[in-house]
Design a protein around this ligand. Structure first.
Ligand SMILES: C[S@@+](CC[C@H](N)C(=O)[O-])C[C@H]1O[C@@H](n2cnc3c(N)ncnc32)[C@H](O)[C@@H]1O
Length: 323
């Protein structure tokens, strides 16, 4: 109940229930003497189990955290049910192909309640079984409501079967729902529903990315890996945001916490000048290429370090499974 900051009414002596006296010491009581007595009368002061401790203010859960104290029983009137959830998805995505109708979505209100209880506005939320993407929808909705900047990672499979080998629920339902919820969409009745925002590419350099995990056979990592795949892997390791591989550019460049990270798909005399300039501008550079030794000889600059592809990726991810 004390603070370091000077408070003119914060210097007095109080007497606890056992008669023990307490001063604010080198600090100041946060309340005036009158307010302290009021609180004590109201049973809001905690004097410890035996009434002998330095007084502390009792704070009720409802005051510590905004909102309601969670109950153990969640009724469907409050958090919805699967039928509601299906309607919610169908409002956003109207599929002609019934194979893509997702059968076990969760209601947005249910996930939103979980997020309210379990997360803070700056948290990163991971849903490893994302299904129709309700978690992302609820995160964006909650961010809009409380001004938070929660982020999410959703993971899900395609749900393809022998009967429907091209089915890709993750791409066509989950990711598509997230895109529409961010940008806005036409509902079943054809009315425009405003987007919840969240694709902050322009303002904060962060946006929504749909990525596909693929197991790459060992022999391809060593020889035939595509430049786009190398670039994505390097960005996943070093940066927070992803940019697509630019096939026309001589080097790929991304900012990292301590300088820049560069990928040189093809080394040449022409690339040397570009690299030197990039190092000059950034101060520190990590350069990945297929011929790091040769590049190092050309660019003798201790602000640059050189890494070999594909060895770096093999060291980092292993050789995977031979298929
Ligand atoms: C019950 S659903 C999730 C529903 C989700 N909360 C929603 O509101 O739509 C579980 C999802 O996880 C997916 N899944 C199951 N096993 C998986 C795995 N090993 N890896 C990735 N996704 C998986 C399923 O295909 C299904 O889409």
């Amino acid at each position: 109940m004390t603070a370091r900051n000077f408070y003119s009414k914060g210097l007095y002596e109080v007497t606890g229930p056992t008669g023990k006296k307490f001063t604010s010491g080198t600090r100041y009581w946060r309340q005036s003497y009158e307010s302290f007595l009021e609180l004590d009368k109201d049973n809001r002061v905690w004097w410890g189990p035996n009434g002998n401790n330095v007084p502390a203010l009792k704070r009720f859960l409802s005051e510590v955290k905004e909102g309601i104290v969670p109950q153990t029983l969640w009724k469907y009137e409050e958090v919805g049910h699967t039928q509601d959830a299906k309607k919610e998805v169908q409002e956003i995505l109207q599929f002609e192909n019934s194979a893509l109708v997702f059968s076990t979505p969760k209601p947005i209100r249910l996930i939103e309640r979980i997020l309210r209880i379990a997360t803070k506005p700056g948290d990163l939320i991971l849903d490893f079984f994302a299904g129709s993407g309700t978690t992302a929808h609820a995160v964006l909705k909650l961010n809009q409501e409380d001004g938070g900047n929660r982020r999410f990672i959703l993971v899900s499979n395609t749900e393809a079967t022998a009967d429907a080998p091209d089915k890709n629920l993750c791409r066509d339902v989950c990711a598509e729902r997230v895109r529409r919820v961010i940008a806005g969409y036409r509902n079943k009745k054809g009315e425009w529903v405003e987007g919840l925002g969240g694709d902050l590419l322009a303002t904060q350099g962060a946006g929504f990315a749909y990525l596909r995990a693929r197991r790459i056979p060992a022999e391809r990592v060593l020889s035939e890996i595509e430049h786009g795949q190398v670039w994505t892997a390097l960005q996943l390791i070093h940066t927070e945001t992803l940019t697509p591989f630019d096939a026309v550019a001589p080097i790929q460049q991304a900012e990292t916490e301590n300088g820049i990270m560069l990928y040189v798909p093809k080394v040449s005399e022409a690339v040397i000048g570009i690299l030197e300039q990039a190092i000059q501008d950034a101060g520190t550079a990590m350069i990945y290429s297929w011929q790091p030794g040769w590049l190092h000889q050309q660019i003798e600059d201790e602000r640059a370090s050189f890494q070999a592809i594909p060895q770096f990726l093999v060291n980092r991810f292993g050789l995977g499974t031979r298929t």
